[in-house]
Design a protein around this ligand. Sequence first.
Ligand SMILES: Nc1ncnc2c1ncn2[C@@H]1O[C@H](COP(=O)(O)OP(=O)(O)OP(=O)(O)O)[C@@H](O)[C@H]1O
Length: 629
Amino acid sequence: MTARARLFRAPMTIASLVLVCLFGILAVVAPILWGEEALTARPTELLQGPSAEHLLGTDNLGRDLLLRTLVATRLSLGLAVLATLLAAVAGVLVGGLPAVLGGRVQRTFGAVINTWLAFPVLLLAMLVAILLGAGTTTAVLALVLTMTPSFARLAQTLASRVGGSEYLAAARMLGVSRRRQFTRYVLPNIAEPVIVNVTISIGGGLLALSSLSFLGVGVQPPDYDWGRLLKDGFAQVYNSPTAVIGPAVAVVLAGVAFGALGESLAGHLRGQDHGHTGGRRGPAPGPGPGSGPDGGQPSTPDTLLEVDGLSVAFPGEHGWVRPVRDVSLTIRAGEIVGVAGESGSGKSVTMMAIAQLSAPGAEVAARTLRFGDEDLTLLRGRALRGALTGVGVVFQDSLTALNPAMRVGAQLAEVPRTQRGVARRQANRDAVAALDAVAIPDPARRAGQFPHELSGGMRQRALIAMSQIGRPSLIIADEPTTALDVTVARRVMRLLRRECDRTGAAVLVSSHDIAVLGELCQRVLVMYAGRVVEDVPVDALRDPARLAHPYTRALVAALPDLDSDRDAPLATIPGEPPDPADPAPGCGFAARCALATDRCRAEVPELTGHRHGGRVACWHPQDREVVRS
Ligand SMILES: Nc1ncnc2c1ncn2[C@@H]1O[C@H](COP(=O)(O)OP(=O)(O)OP(=O)(O)O)[C@@H](O)[C@H]1O
């Protein structure tokens, strides 16, 4: 049974849904059927108790109390629904918009929402009602004012997850307008919980509005809602106790029905656990000047990307933490370069900093960050986005990298539409062709599906297609196969290579698996503790004796192969990588290195050329000669 089928079979859902529907029908038909009669005064039947003719008795003008309660459903529910919807819209705008407007706006709006939330709801409503004078409009306005902050808080929490997601980061990078980011990326992904909250809040709104009418600051005669009926009934409760029963039961039943329905829906949503609005990246401030030793490779005329002295810092508990330090690398046009290293070595942070997709709050600095003819350290805003149209990004987790609320084809089509102004139809055709190019079967049908309808491998292919569709000259693929099993991962990597061979794009791709990189790349950069420790040509990688850095050797030795003795434990690298918040002086690997000397523990080695044709940062580089001796 599907989760939705289970939801609609749950007794609480059925009961609350039936009640909500009944109230809805009553709100529509009661004024039509009994509106006139509920207003008819009967001077001979004043303040009567329950009878067969008047089940709940009559009021001080002889009007039937049951009919008045039924007719009041429309105004009571109508006002509660109206106030809740207005509050939801206002709350979503206040809480959701900052996600696409950026850090400072986000913080300011957050502070406003917190202050707003601190006011007691009913007190605020009464204050507004007293200031503006009693009446229906005032009551609704007061309610909107008091309900808006809780919607804003909800929208803010949900939208901040979307704001940090990879798919929104990619949309920003593409130059998708803020309005479109909000309507196509933020809104659809926060809609479900907001709608559920609207349902729950209608119950609360109904109680609050009834309270205002009961206190005399809400609906005024001759209009009447349940709160007003309660107020009038209360005045005659000693003569006719049944006068309060009708509206009291109606308020409680409707409040409980909406609340219970909302709670059932919320439980269903929690159970579904989409897990696809999570993400962790957002736009980065532009890189600024940095410092550090110059370890960069000389750039050649066909150099496509040149990075020198790249450092990334995040605000930590005790000051700035710098997980990436002084990284230097170059990539030539069409070259496929891998980035290897243990978890936490700084691969993703480096790659995202190059793609200008660092997490909010990150401080990125570089002496040189040049892509093609553009110096990215000097560009901002539109100019930076323009320069980055030549970069395609493949993220780690295809589920968080694709907008779950947008069809796959539409997401792909967004790239040519935004970057080159291609017409929608043509862009859709391009999207299907791009899916076809990455060997997705039945691409036209798949283009019409949502990301969750595709398998993990297929989604990763779609991401590769998306990174290619803008015809970039560089693809940055951050562990594109982490979420896939080994066989699918290898297939996806081969596909990445085939696509890049076909289009001539260069690739910077990271992976934990140095063996996979060895198959795919021409060069592999080995990272340790936020630095590049070796830049190895792939032929040297295949011959462990030519590897220069003890860490690279240890990484390669830790790889199992077909000849490995299955009973023997795998080689591991003893010790732990250093904590980026507490880096030791000298070489980061010294504490785990059998060859470390005092110099290693005191001075950071620079990346310098090595006989294998690459570079190494080590005071005691290894090579064939050293091994033999
Ligand atoms: N937004 C952030 N704020 C603070 N620290 C961060 C942030 N993102 C990453 N880091 C830290 O930076 C370091 C490097 O992380 P990074 O994700 O680059 O490692 P990685 O080599 O890609 O690892 P993995 O293979 O597990 O993804 C880690 O210590 C991580 O905790």
